[in-house]
Design a protein around this ligand. Structure first.
Ligand SMILES: [Zn+2]
Length: 511
């Protein structure tokens, strides 16, 4: 495991303090180590997570620009961030004070408003409302604090004014305000210098300078400031809103990897300049893209988007979350039916196991094998330890799921052995552990009360078919057996998959 050397960084931090604003290295925060290591793009390796209070972390995610429906690219980003937050809370006992910024003032929102003759604020409200519904349908927890640009214009104005006063920003001829990257020698921390995509124009002193404030254009909304009418640029909003809520320091800043540069670079630069500090966000968590088969990023402009409601018509939220769990959050995820079928198959393995094990536990005992119990309990303990270690190293959920599948497979050998070894205590503990860890990852394995009645009906059919089938086998009645197969196939088409392999039948709902 490649990790940051604690002693080395402490001494480095000391040396750095002698020459402020002269390097772009990651600085280890003072505080309490949590035992977690997370990849940091500034250090270009995993670094220890150190918090002021080891049980509280401040967290900010860049939210959506609300001018269109969210697609599954957004879904994978926010589901993966939700999984990481749940891991921090449930496995490491860290309270997350989560905030998300909603970009409700933007060129695209204003354009859409003008095109549809609707006030831009109504466009923003409509898509923000839809966004939260989509997130709820994916079981993504809502942030505790929601900040909207339209509600923070004063904070943004104050932020820009201080940068102008400190000579870190300048007002251009047309009344726009730019951050002066030439005055900030640490620019290029998150991604070593490259073209930011910012256009070169006569208004700017340097090509890399970015707009903090955009001067007013006819028919567009504007706000009055000491330097003229206009509206905020994109990058400034997150820095101003975070500073309003969390002050001059942020523990974790998260978002899609496409935001790393220039958006997060610019956030870090202007925040360090505003607060006169050397490091603003201590940890950057960047989620890899979701690609639609091949190498293409999913985006509206490429017309290859799948909306979240459309996704949920084909697969349920648990299946999508399992696909996310099987991929390291940092890497891109190749979305395909094959990926989703793999995720569904893994999910079904767990569901079948829980059903089979429950039947096994409630079976009539003939003997108890203490030796076997020891073996299974040790297996459980080993898996628990391995999973905790995996989560400590950059939230490695894929390894956790694999460890769980190995535990499941080993336990299945005992459950399905013939003659059957009966050891309900360790098997009960394993079922409890598997349900617990999957629930902590945000999967909803439990049935809702609404489904209890339909489940009872399915049970009746499945058990009736089972006894008919046993009779047909013993009497070699092939006509009746064929009828049983038809029932099984019909049930499958109604998303009820019957498992005949066990002495007692079991079933799962698929989607
Ligand atoms: Zn942002």
């Amino acid at each position: 495991m490649k990790v940051f050397n604690l002693t080395f960084v402490r001494s480095l931090s000391h040396v750095c303090s002698l020459k402020p604003y002269k390097d772009t290295k990651w600085l280890m925060p003072n505080g309490n180590p949590t035992g977690i290591y997370v990849y940091n793009c500034i250090a270009n390796q995993r670094v220890p997570v150190i918090l002021n209070d080891p049980h509280i972390a401040t967290w900010y995610s860049c939210g959506p620009t609300v001018y269109e429906s969210a697609h599954i690219g957004h879904a994978s980003c926010y589901v993966k961030l939700d999984i990481i937050q749940r891991i921090l809370k449930s496995f490491f006992n860290i309270k997350i004070v989560s905030a998300m910024g909603i970009t409700d003032i933007d060129d695209k929102i204003i354009k859409k408003g003008l095109e549809s003759k609707t006030h831009f604020t109504n466009i923003a409200k409509q898509y923000e409302h839809e966004f939260w519904l989509d997130m709820a349908s994916l079981n993504v927890a809502k942030p505790l604090i929601i900040t909207r640009v339209s509600e923070h214009i004063n904070s943004i104005e104050k932020f820009i004014q201080r940068l102008i006063d400190n000579n870190m920003a300048y007002v251009s001829k047309n009344g726009s305000v730019y951050f002066d990257t030439d005055k900030f020698s640490n620019y290029g921390k998150l991604q070593k210098m490259q073209d930011s995509g910012e256009p070169s124009d006569d208004e700017k002193r340097n090509k890399m300078d970015f707009a903090l404030w955009k001067s007013h254009k006819p028919e567009e909304p504007y706000w009055d400031t000491p330097w003229g009418k206009g509206r905020p640029g994109w990058h400034i909003e997150c820095s101003a809103m975070v500073s309003k809520v969390f002050g001059s320091q942020l523990d974790i800043h998260a978002g899609g990897v496409d935001l790393q540069f220039p958006h997060h670079e610019n956030e870090e630069a202007q925040s360090c300049a505003y607060h006169n500090i050397r490091q603003w966000a201590n940890y950057w968590i960047h989620v890899g893209h979701l690609n639609v088969i091949g190498d293409t990023k999913m985006s509206k402009s490429l017309q290859n988007t799948i909306s979240i409601p459309d996704l949920l018509k084909s697969y349920n939220a648990d299946t999508f979350r399992m696909a996310c769990l099987l991929t390291n959050y940092r890497y891109s995820m190749e979305f395909s039916n094959q990926l989703m079928e793999t995720a569904e198959s893994v999910l079904n393995k767990f569901k079948f196991f829980i059903t089979d094990a429950t039947i096994y536990i409630n079976n009539n005992a003939t003997s108890v094998s203490a030796v076997y119990s020891d073996h299974i309990l040790k297996n459980l303990q080993k898996t628990e330890e391995a999973n905790f270690e995996a989560l400590k190293v950059d939230f490695d959920t894929a390894t956790c799921i694999n460890n769980l599948l190995t535990l499941l497979s080993d336990t299945n050998k005992i459950i399905k052995s013939d003659p059957c070894e009966y050891c309900p205590v360790p098997v009960t503990l394993i079922v409890e552990y598997i349900v617990d860890i999957l629930t902590k990852f945000g999967l909803k394995l439990q049935e809702s009360e609404d489904t209890v009645l339909s489940n009872a009906m399915i049970n009746t059919i499945v058990e009736f078919r089972h006894s008919v089938r046993l009779n047909a086998i013993s009497s070699k009645n092939y006509e009746l057996l064929s009828a049983c197969d038809i029932v099984r196939d019909k049930m499958k088409s109604m998303k009820v998959q019957i498992n005949d392999s066990h002495k007692t039948p079991s079933w799962v709902i698929t989607k």
